[in-house]
Design a protein. Structure first.
Length: 182
């Protein structure tokens, strides 16, 4: 499951994993340790590779530049790319971020989005700025990456509207309990 920040990757990945009755790995949850420390690259990559060695799974996250795709995608059969428009993504990421800040919702490993992140202009500290500045480059990155013949074995499902997302999930109802595809 890939897509820009705020597109709905994690929510959709959880739904797909639940419908298909398979384990799910959220790359951000594995990578971001308590106090926002990052897991060591070799440990992170090893744990991702171990998970992807399983028979059936869903992996959620945008890790192509650090080589994680090279660990996951060779044994995948499908990549679901949520490629919503920037306005839709921005509404989603702003609402989600404000909810998380106000409710002190835990993201991963005790981490929460602090109020101070809302007024930073540094994309590394403000997910809203990150989503705005990375939307176009993320789209371009995946267009190039998925056109690479290395990944020609993959079925790519590119969902560009919320309606397409809902229809895709609805279609999974027919696959529930079918353990012949991952």
């Amino acid at each position: 499951m890939i897509g820009s920040s705020g597109s709905g990757k994690t929510t959709m990945a959880r739904t797909i994993a639940q419908r298909l009755e398979v384990p799910m790995l959220e790359l951000d949850g594995l990578f971001h340790q308590p106090d926002w420390h990052q897991k060591a690259d070799d440990v992170f990559r090893s744990e991702v590779a171990e998970f992807a060695a399983g028979e059936r799974w869903v992996v959620d996250g945008n890790s192509t530049s650090d080589g994680v795709a090279q660990l996951v995608w060779p044994s995948a059969d499908t990549v679901v790319w949520i490629d919503l428009s920037r306005p839709i993504v921005m509404v989603r990421v702003v609402v989600r971020t404000l909810r998380r800040v106000v409710t002190r919702e835990e993201l991963w490993n005790g981490n929460r989005e602090p109020w101070t992140n809302l007024y930073h202009t540094d994309p590394e500290k403000n997910i809203i700025v990150w989503a705005w500045t990375r939307h176009g480059p993320t789209r371009a990155k995946y267009e190039g990456f998925l056109n690479d013949r290395t990944w020609s074995h993959l079925s790519v499902v590119r969902l560009t509207t919320v309606a397409e997302m809902a229809s895709f999930v609805e279609g999974l109802g027919q696959l529930s309990g079918n353990h012949d595809s991952s």
